[in-house]
Ligand binder design. Structure first.
Ligand code: NAP
Length: 451
């Protein structure tokens, strides 16, 4: 039976490698300074825990002395939390702690395993990180250890060949905590469609253990992230993000990689019937945004249900509905106008409703709601004409979302689509609109609705 030593084998990626090698029929020595973590590994006749700190040479030599034969060393132990703070305040102790565990620990385990590995013509796999070659601020100590491991790997390959092959793996984002903590965009930004898992690293280790002509190489295992051109993401502002459709629009735009700012009345006090609140909320933001979606609105303002006949019509409801559904989104546009970029595509979309179409009204009733949406359409159409004069790439659109299952349609018996699906369709429309369509009234499939 082939034997492997995996350092840092009690948790995270190391644990994944230990379990994978056991499944593949290896006898595995799992070395870690976390004795409780070692004890929590599953009971397996081919698993042997070694309690030692890789930064302590005496402990490493003592642990490895218990191993009789070895074909694979996986030098995985390391402190994985990369941020150590600003370099001006990084203490020598913190620096040496990282160097000691990550880099010196790799050197010490290699040093004491070499005699065993020479006898078996074995392989060494070191663990680097994509952070050896790309950085966030304040990760100097971690980055230096991983850069050191890559250089050490290459030097070892030359010194220890032909008996021992030495390669490294540079993982990107590997999820070792609760996968439920990740947002959809955390996965979708990877060209491979997802963040990595410990099993991905384990499979790469198993490959490197067998890859007889490969030595001195670092295998980048990052779902394609370091091959991706990155610019600052486009930005979206969603107003009414507490609503059924608004929340789904914010989540959908986020899934598509936009940086989303979400505002609402209930979470931020942004009441669209209060122009001063609109002005203050927009002034407090960092502009410009590339997409602005207004998803606020109500079916009624002062009545329990929309009017059924002329007998129900009155000023209070009509004026309140126009104030909320028509004037509110138009005032948002009024206070955004000075932030509309002149040099690139910009979309402002407000949720209207097909029932606001005059040409499409064959049922009557719902006077105030219909009129407020017709007024919204008219206001935004006029604003689109005004904007087009000097912002040629600006697009203003009134969108009908379909009949969507939200608080808004509770109690109405109608075929409804879920908010996520509705949001996806609306975002498709928003992303597909062209400047010559600005000022139009469109449904969720991009079809124009008659005024
Ligand atoms: N659902 C449908 O089938 C359907 C169909 C056609 C058109 N629409 C249109 O789609 C839009 C959103 O509908 P929905 O289904 O998502 O409704 P919803 O779940 O009831 O959400 C309504 C949103 O409007 C916000 N809002 C209401 N009054 C406001 C005010 N004075 N100031 C600021 N925000 C206010 C609410 O904010 P708070 O909760 O934070 O107060 C909430 O975010 C509406 O314009 C509606 O006319 C919906």
């Amino acid at each position: 039976m082939k034997q492997a030593l995996v350092t840092g084998g009690a948790n995270g990626i190391g644990r994944g490698i230990v379990l994978h090698l056991l499944d593949a029929g290896w006898r595995v020595w799992a070395l870690d300074r976390d004795a409780a973590g070692l004890a929590a590994l599953p009971d397996h006749p081919a698993l042997h825990p070694l309690d030692a700190d890789v930064a302590d040479e005496r402990a490493v030599a003592g642990a490895i002395a218990r191993i009789d034969a070895l074909s694979l060393l996986v030098a995985n132990a390391g402190r994985a939390d990369p941020v150590t703070g600003p370099v001006e305040t990084l203490s020598l102790d913190a620096w040496q702690d990282r160097i000691g565990t990550n880099l010196t620990g790799t050197f010490l385990t290699v040093k004491h395993c070499v005699p065993l590995l020479r006898r078996a013509a074995g392989a060494i796999v070191t663990l680097s990180s994509t952070r050896a070659r790309m950085s966030e601020p304040d990760c100097e100590a971690y980055a230096a250890t991983k850069g050191g491991i890559e250089a050490l790997t290459q030097a070892l390959a030359v010194s220890l060949g032909p008996e021992i092959r030495v390669n490294g793996i540079a993982p990107g984002w590997i999820v070792t905590g609760d996968p439920a903590d990740l947002r959809p965009v955390d996965h979708s930004q990877h060209p491979a469609g997802r963040a990595g898992r410990p099993e991905d690293v384990a499979r790469a280790v198993a490959y490197l253990a067998e890859a007889g002509f490969l030595t001195g190489q670092i295998l980048t295992l990052d779902g394609g992230m370091t091959r991706k051109m990155t610019y600052a993401p486009e930005r979206a502002l969603v107003i009414g993000a507490s609503g059924g459709i608004g929340a789904a629009l914010a989540a959908g735009l986020d899934r598509r990689g936009l940086a989303v700012t979400a505002l609402s009345r209930s979470a931020d006090g942004l009441d669209l019937t209060d122009e001063e609140a609109i002005r203050a909320a927009l002034d407090a933001l960092d502009h410009p945004f590339d997409r602005v979606v207004v998803a606020t609105g109500a079916l009624t303002s002062t009545r329990p249900a929309p009017e059924k006949s002329l007998a129900d019509l009155g000023a209070d409801e009509l004026i309140a509905q126009i104030r909320l559904n028509a004037l509110g989104p138009a005032l948002v546009l009024k206070h955004l106008k000075r932030h509309v970029p002149r040099d690139r595509r910009w979309v402002f979309a407000a949720l209207s409703a097909r029932v606001g179409s005059i040409g499409d009204n064959f049922l009557g009733g719902w006077y105030s709601y219909r009129t407020s949406k017709a007024a919204l359409n008219s206001l935004l159409h006029g604003a689109a004409v005004e904007l087009a004069r000097n912002r040629r790439q600006a697009i203003v659109a009134c969108l009908h979302p379909g009949t969507v299952a939200t608080a808004f349609t509770e109690g109405y018996d109608h075929d409804k689509v879920g908010p996520e699906r509705a949001a996806e369709r609306l975002i498709d429309v928003i992303e597909g609109l062209e400047p010559h369509q600005s000022g139009g009234f469109f449904d969720y499939s991009g079809q124009e609705i008659p005024w």
